[in-house]
Design a protein around this ligand. Sequence first.
Ligand code: COA
Ligand code: ZN
Length: 301
Amino acid sequence: MGERLLVTDVGPRDGLQSQASQVPTAGKLELIGALLDAGVRRIEATSFVSPQAVPQMADADAVLRGLVAPADAEISVLVPNLRGLERAMAAGAKQVAVVLSATETMNRKNIRMGLDEALQACKATLAQAARQGLRTRGYVAVAFACPFEGPVAPGQAAALAMQLREAGAGEVVMADTIGAAAPVDILAVTSALRQAGLDPTDAGMHLHDTRGMALANAWCAIGEGVRRFDASIGGLGGCPFAPGAAGNLATEDLVLMARQCGMDTGIDFERLLDAVDVAARLAGYPVGGRSYRWQAHGRGK
Ligand code: COA
Ligand code: ZN
């Protein structure tokens, strides 16, 4: 087997947070179970955010407590502030992700703080998580473009990534929250990361497929040394606070591309499609990445 890609499925969080109808806790656990069954070992299970802000994530506590994962699984949860970290730890979290948006307006819309305040909150949360022995991820959201402020300078996104790294984030993740990037932007951001002193091999990419370029962006990022990717089962996804954000890069598309290109993800593609079916049932409408129809046809559907 060739090189390894580390795939984090963010479907249970990014994919479900904006669903119109409330997904029951048992359904969320079933989806996470299906992902684990397919061999996914990195999952963002839920977020400990304000239930007023994101009603769909109000059961974060029950999801994390109810989850049964093998010892080699890394289950991460998103926390927007210290209060979220406390709640996550009380529910047994071992890994947390903080979110810093690259622009002033996006931070205000998402977490009701300005950029400086959000950076301080992320630093405080990362420091506290480290003291408690938790693993951490730090997202730079809208790292390529902001729905309110437009294109983001790659140097700005990279500088914020470095700040999160220096504040102790175990992994920094550059997020194309609204799916506006093209491969040329991936090249610009990976180059800016290198200039800022951060090897793209240590950074993750979180891609959305709004303009149909997520897989092309992933391939471009792989060429630049990136080996860590977020993706969402069935391509579920979107941010309720970022207008225009559509689904994420579908996990099954990324896994299929990796397989055909001789890269190892440790994920069983056929079993992953069972997880797509669970996701579709929970969403209440057909989901699936760009390869899904081809694959479903192969399975006689
Ligand atoms: N979990 C649960 N409740 C929380 C919380 C958390 N992490 N953080 C704050 N709260 C509660 C406070 O206790 C307070 O409750 P009260 O009214 O009963 O006293 C209330 O929320 C308001 O607190 P405040 O600090 O003023 O928060 P806010 O209203 O400015 O909202 C966030 C800030 C960050 C909590 C909120 O904007 C949020 O949860 N955003 C998440 C957005 C998101 O998930 N985006 C998608 C993923 S990036
Ligand atoms: Zn996202």
